[in-house]
Design a protein around this ligand. Structure first.
Ligand code: MN
Length: 531
């Protein structure tokens, strides 16, 4: 377990101005709050928040994020309250801890990952401050690292699936590739242990057969670049078993056909040097056609920048090489967390955090559909949504401002038509209540109920409005129909005739109506003129 001073040293190493006193107090507070609680591993529970704080420190996040990491489970799992945290650590930390606590509660609510996309949006919508999401991801990463200690297999698999379907894609969308890779690979280990084991065996066989092949490739690349007058840092990274497996699935090829299980990286100081390095490599080795991509002049929507090329490199090996500057590299590995680091020097203002969030939301939206790079409407659509649960845990997405009546109609039009009340998070609430993200809504229905015209004043969804209007129209028509029939019956009597619908059928044309019923309605509305 990481000791108090170690954590402090790590944070101080990249942020000398970090609030040492607050970090120490958070450490002690969390340790005392979790007391004798144990993890499934048998370790003291307290080891978990410390490891989470350690992961956040690796991401070089600000002291507030580290403190939130230390405190993130205290409100949910100990007697400590949010008020305690606000009193001891201030409103900002309290808000962050509250956000993480809410996300954790959400997890318990829904074990359906079918609606992963909606769930991802909900998590984002609830992470008003992006640091909430970063702490949540670090929390999930440590839980995945220790997943094998859980005895309940069903639960382990559920957590692994949720990680793969919700948290790994979230990490990817905010550009945190390292985090994404590990989350995926940990989940893969739980879900397909056999496939992963055989891939690992195969990878280590290739590693041994190559007898330091990767090292020789790195050395030669390094030498080539140095001769070309560049000081570059060359490294090689074996792909994770999960990413190799994904590639096999995607390209529908066997392991034998997979050549590039290693990715080589060249890190230089400036953008000009990136292109110089590319020139040196291209003039020294045969280029594999169709593999060159310039993500420096045209960055990926999530801000990824790099030059990619494929060459028949040292030892006649077909390799992929990525060339980038140090800053590009950090952004590629850490995503938004790197932006955070780079912006830490900027003056602290209230707006900055939100502008940053705004930028992030931009990135997210664009990443899901690069075509809509300049179209902001979609982003607004997303921000204008609330996500609520049915009692069974189904996720219902609604426009912001939606009420239990909108919710009821979204579930089923019959549920909408017959709703008489609603329980929000277990408590009775008026039908006009505006729903909030994460609300669990139980609609109370009665067969005797019909849509009320007053609902039209507060519903926001088209479906609810259309159903209510249709019902009101039908109801009005019935009233006009009854009224019209009564007027005509009276008129017949007045003239001394016996009332007969048959008699009316012969005069429909004169009244421009196609049925007796419509004639009644027209008379009731006062529209029949008898021309
Ligand atoms: Mn936790």
């Amino acid at each position: 377990m990481m000791r108090q001073f170690e954590l402090l040293e790590r944070v101080k190493a990249y942020d000398p101005a970090a609030d040492e006193d607050a970090l120490n107090r958070a450490y002690v507070f969390s340790m005392k709050a979790h007391g004798a609680q144990l993890r499934a591993s048998g370790d003291p529970y307290f080891s978990h928040p410390i490891e989470v704080a350690g992961i956040l420190a690796e991401m070089k996040l600000d002291a507030a994020s580290i403190i939130t990491g230390l405190l993130h489970d205290t409100v949910e799992d100990t007697v400590a309250t949010l008020e305690d945290i606000e009193r001891l650590f201030g409103p900002d930390i309290a808000k962050l801890v509250d956000g993480v606590t809410k996300l954790s509660r959400l997890e318990l609510q829904s074990d359906q990952t079918k609606q992963a996309e909606n769930f991802r949006k909900l998590v984002l919508a609830m992470s008003e401050d992006i640091r909430v999401l970063l702490v949540k991801l670090a929390d999930r990463l440590h839980n995945m690292r220790t997943l094998h200690f859980l005895k309940d297999e069903e639960r382990r698999r559920r957590i692994a699936r949720e990680t793969m379907e919700i948290y790994a894609p979230l990490a990817e969308r905010i550009g945190m590739h390292e985090m994404k890779d590990e989350l995926d690979d940990q989940a893969f280990a739980e879900l397909h242990p056999d496939a992963r084991a055989s891939l690992m065996a195969r990878l280590s066989f290739l590693r041994e057969k190559g007898e330091g092949l990767a090292e020789r490739i790195i050395d030669e690349l390094q030498e080539t670049l140095t001769k070309g007058g560049l000081s570059a840092e060359v490294s090689g990274r074996e792909k994770t078993p999960y990413s190799v497996w994904r590639k096999m699935q995607r390209k529908n090829v066997g392991f034998e056909q997979l050549s590039d299980i290693m990715a080589f990286r060249v890190v230089v100081d400036t953008v000009e040097e990136c292109y110089q390095a590319l020139g040196v490599i291209h003039s020294r080795y045969p280029v594999v056609p169709g593999r060159f991509k310039d993500y420096i002049s045209t960055p990926k929507p999530n801000n990824y920048r790099s030059l990619h090329t494929g060459v028949i490199g040292p030892e006649r090996q077909r390799i992929e090489v990525q060339i980038r500057t140090r800053e590009m590299h950090e952004v590629a590995e850490l995503g938004v967390a790197a932006h955070w680091v780079y912006k830490q020097g900027a003056p602290r203002t209230e707006g900055r955090q939100y502008r940053w969030l705004r930028e992030l939301l931009d990135i997210l939206e664009h990443a899901s559909d690069p075509q809509e790079f300049l179209e902001h409407t979609k982003l607004e659509m997303f921000q204008d949504q609330v996500f609520c649960f049915t009692p069974k845990g189904d996720l219902i997405a609604l426009p912001r401002g939606a009420t239990p009546v909108d919710f009821a109609y979204a579930v089923h039009s019959v549920v909408g038509d017959t709703c008489v009340g609603a329980k929000i998070n277990g408590r009775l609430a008026p039908l006009r209540t505006q729903l909030a993200n994460g609300d669990q809504v139980e609609v109370i229905t009665s067969k005797a109920q019909t849509p009320s015209p007053t609902w039209e004043r507060f519903v926001v969804t088209g479906k609810a409005r259309a159903r209510i209007r249709r019902f009101i129209r039908t109801q009005q028509r019935q009233q006009y129909l009854d009224l019209g029939r009564a007027i005509l019956q009276k008129a017949f009597r007045h003239e001394g005739h016996e009332f007969a619908e048959k008699a009316l059928e012969e005069v429909l044309k004169r009244f421009n109506c196609d049925s007796v019923e419509n004639l009644f309605v027209a008379v009731g509305e006062g529209l029949a003129t008898g021309r």
